[in-house]
Design a protein around this ligand. Structure first.
Ligand code: AMP
Ligand code: MG
Length: 318
């Protein structure tokens, strides 16, 4: 842990476990170190990072002002999978916010992440520890396999418990809104705020171009209704594809003709925890096409559906 904190102080990159996914961290106040994150990920510099801090009481060091609703949310959800977007404090360089006057902040709920933050003493800017656009890592092995020497130090805290990224809430205006669904559920947030929250488009209709590919495995992802998942897999397999199937719990006993089948766990929490590992496994087994369905968009199902939709989104050429 001491060595990891030293690496951060020296301007290096440390991958660390959080309860959501593994992060690729740098000293948030060091523009050069932050630039190395973008380089390692191949991420466009206009995409802002999340500043991780060691406790809610430190929030005022990193943001311009703390509205009353934010106190409420921080008290209930931190440490935890909720990221709050607020007005950028002077300590935060524009390099970490993609040039925005707002900053995303969160207190992770993981003993290793919290020990790193307390040992280091400052804020750690970190996106997920994967190449830009690909599937987020939920084990230290995923990080090593994907980033290799681009990361100076990897802290191994075992598999992540939540498995999908944090929920991002824009708290800069009078009415908070969800920018990205994630580990903190919409229902829990609404209960604390006492009002409904806006969520980005959750339409089942696939509109090309609306969900640019992100969180994507190598294999192409196709979303179909659960009733036709078995037929669709068989058809694509007969057409010569190496088909991977994410098989919904209601179909566990269905005989599926496909190259590889992953049975989705019955609980949504277990599905979220396993999702990125399943996608990586289907890639590893050589699938070029993954057939899947969207879960019911309640609780963690909202975040899972969001990631699957984006994994199925159009890929940029080249
Ligand atoms: P990642 O951890 O890789 O998912 O990346 C961080 C996420 O936080 C991205 O989806 C960013 O768009 C989002 N984010 C970070 N800062 C801001 C901000 N100031 N406003 C809106 N979104 C943000
Ligand atoms: Mg990411």
């Amino acid at each position: 842990m001491e060595k990891a904190a030293d690496v951060l102080r020296a301007g290096g990159l440390v991958a660390f476990p959080t309860e959501t996914v593994y992060g690729l961290g740098a000293n948030a106040e060091d523009p050069g170190a932050v630039a190395r994150i973008y380089q390692a990920k191949g991420r466009p510099p206009s995409h802002p990072l999340i500043v991780h801090i060691g406790g809610a009481e430190l929030l005022r060091d990193w943001v311009e002002d703390v509205p009353a609703t934010v106190h409420l949310l921080a008290e209930r959800f931190w440490p935890g999978p909720l990221t709050l977007v607020l007005r950028r404090g002077r300590r935060v360089p524009l390099e970490a916010t993609g040039g925005l006057e707002t900053v995303a902040v969160r207190v992770p709920d993981h003993p290793v992440a919290l020990a790193l933050l307390s040992g280091f003493g400052g804020g750690v800017a970190a996106p997920s520890a994967n190449r830009f656009g690909s599937v987020s890592p939920t084990t230290a092995d995923h990080v090593r396999a994907e980033l290799g020497d681009a990361v100076d130090f990897v802290l191994d805290g075992g598999p992540c418990d939540v498995g999908v990224e944090s929920t991002i809430v824009d708290a800069t205006g009078d009415v908070p809104s969800i920018l990205r669904p994630g580990g903190a559920t919409r229902e829990d947030l609404e209960a604390v705020l006492g009002r409904p929250l806006d969520v980005p488009s959750t339409s089942r209709v696939r509109v090309p171009g609306q969900h640019p590919s992100h969180y994507a495995p190598r294999a192409r992802v196709v979303l179909v209704e659960p009733e036709v998942i078995v037929d669709e897999a068989e058809r694509a397999q007969e057409q010569g594809h190496q088909v991977g199937v994410l098989l919904p719990p209601s179909l566990v006993d269905a005989p599926v003709k496909a190259h590889a089948v992953v049975a989705i766990p019955g609980s949504t929490a277990a599905y979220a925890r396993g999702l990125y590992g399943f996608l990586r496994e289907l890639d590893r087994r050589g699938c070029d096409l993954i057939v899947a369905s969207l879960p019911v968009e309640e609780g963690l199902g909202l975040a899972i559906a969001n990631r699957l939709r984006r994994a199925a989104g159009p890929r940029s050429s080249g």
